[in-house]
Design a protein around this ligand. Structure first.
Ligand SMILES: Nc1ncnc2c1ncn2[C@@H]1O[C@H](COP(=O)(O)OP(=O)(O)O)[C@@H](O)[C@H]1O
Ligand code: SF4
Ligand SMILES: [Mg+2]
Length: 366
């Protein structure tokens, strides 16, 4: 069904993407913003990885660091990013041009800002094919039509002649996916690709991304603030908080045995089915950390209901669970541990005491 421009099978063994201690900091008048702060992980070929975290946790900057799409001024980069075994973390935009499109492509939340409003859809898809793959205009337009069919846009031929404003938000996002797929990337980054869309269209776009990933044997990195979005559409999940990777596991493993109280809080913040019409999240209490002066211990400590002194003073290392070497987490008192249960008992006791006090003062006030 898909166009013949497939991600070619590479003969290199090992992971597609390997990150080692990646840091991306920005110099600002207020100080250095530690947007991404020592992130390491790897991604295998053909797999779908979800990167999840609240707004401001560093998901977009991490994706842009991998893609080499960072502001040139005031950015301090560190660590290693290997793509098919080749170091790309130190390449500038010019050198990254050979990687964009054919190796890695990215789609963003708002297709309107990425599409050219005064250029017909057909030309917007065909031009990269002419430039990157050296196709003739006629071939490129025929391929553009097939790509629109691949992303399930009806009446593809007619749509080639349309401008972005003549399409719905969902259709525009499909066009963005078609553009991203045009040169047959090995990895596709989708940054909040469905956040601006209503729930039904959201599900269709996510299904489409999954279908194209499987058809093309492509890796997918799905970036979102909504743990619900990645639940059914990824093989693995990486949870970010305050610029750091705080938990990573297979999707199944994460939902069966989540370790971080922050992941648990993200899960609780997913709107219930009955609230889906009001898509507002039940936000986690408190504010994300200031990335100029992050807390010295666990960055989640000021908001974590289970925090004790050790959490405030010592940063928990990212370690594997006893049962699964691929399930990593960074927490002193993970969900289900003795310390966690003790904290739960403490919280329940103090709530009981507070309620009792409130009842006494209410009775006294009568
Ligand atoms: N160019 C920049 N200069 C300074 N700070 C930035 C810049 N871009 C992003 N940030 C900061 O980096 C942090 C991570 O941002 P981002 O990756 O966009 O978060 P997310 O995608 O998880 O919402 C935020 O605190 C944001 O304000
Ligand atoms: S280390 Fe402490 S503060 Fe951080 S998430 Fe775990 S229990 Fe909460
Ligand atoms: Mg973002």
């Amino acid at each position: 069904m898909s166009t013949q421009i497939q991600a070619s099978a590479r003969d290199i063994d090992g992971p597609l993407l390997e990150l080692e201690d990646v840091t991306t900091h920005f110099k600002t008048p207020r100080g250095v913003v530690r947007a991404v702060d020592g992130v390491s992980f790897s991604l295998d070929r053909g797999k779908a990885l979800g990167i999840v975290g609240e707004s401001g946790s560093g998901k977009t900057i991490l994706s842009r660091s991998i893609m080499g799409l960072l502001p040139p001024r005031g950015t301090i980069r560190g660590g290693s990013i290997k793509f098919e075994g080749r170091e790309i973390g130190n390449l500038d935009r010019k050198a990254m041009r050979s990687v964009w499109g054919k190796e890695m492509a990215m789609i963003f939340q708002d297709p309107m800002t990425s599409l050219n409003p005064v250029m017909k859809i057909g030309r917007q898809i065909a031009e990269p094919l002419q430039i990157h793959l050296g196709m003739t205009k006629q071939n490129a337009l025929a391929t553009a039509e097939r790509l629109l069919q691949d992303v399930r846009i009806p009446e593809a031929k007619r749509r080639l002649e349309q401008y972005p404003h003549e399409m719905s938000g969902g259709m525009r996002q499909r066009v963005m996916i078609a553009i991203a797929l045009a040169c047959g990337p090995t990895a596709l980054f989708a940054d909040e690709p469905t956040t601006a869309l209503d729930v039904t269209v959201q599900a269709q776009i996510l299904d489409l991304l999954g279908e194209q990933r499987r058809d093309r044997n492509m890796s997918l990195v799905l970036v979102t603030h909504d743990l619900g979005v990645v639940a059914g559409h990824t093989d693995e999940i990486a949870v970010m908080y305050g610029g750091k990777l705080v938990e990573k596991a297979s999707t199944k493993g994460l939902f069966a045995n989540m370790k971080m109280p922050y992941t648990e809080a993200l899960l609780n913040s997913i709107p219930k089915l009955e609230d889906r019409s009001h898509t507002r999240l039940n936000a986690i209490a408190g504010r994300p950390p200031d990335l100029v002066n992050p807390p010295k211990g666990c960055r989640f400590a000021p908001r974590c209901p289970y925090a004790v002194d050790k959490c405030v003073n010592e940063e928990p290392p990212l370690i594997a669970t006893a049962e699964d070497p691929n399930h990593l987490y960074a927490c002193w008192y993970p969900v289900g541990s003795e310390g966690y249960h003790e904290a739960k008992v403490r919280i329940a006791a103090s709530k009981h005491a507070t309620d009792a006090l409130a009842a006494t003062s209410a009775a006294g006030g009568n």
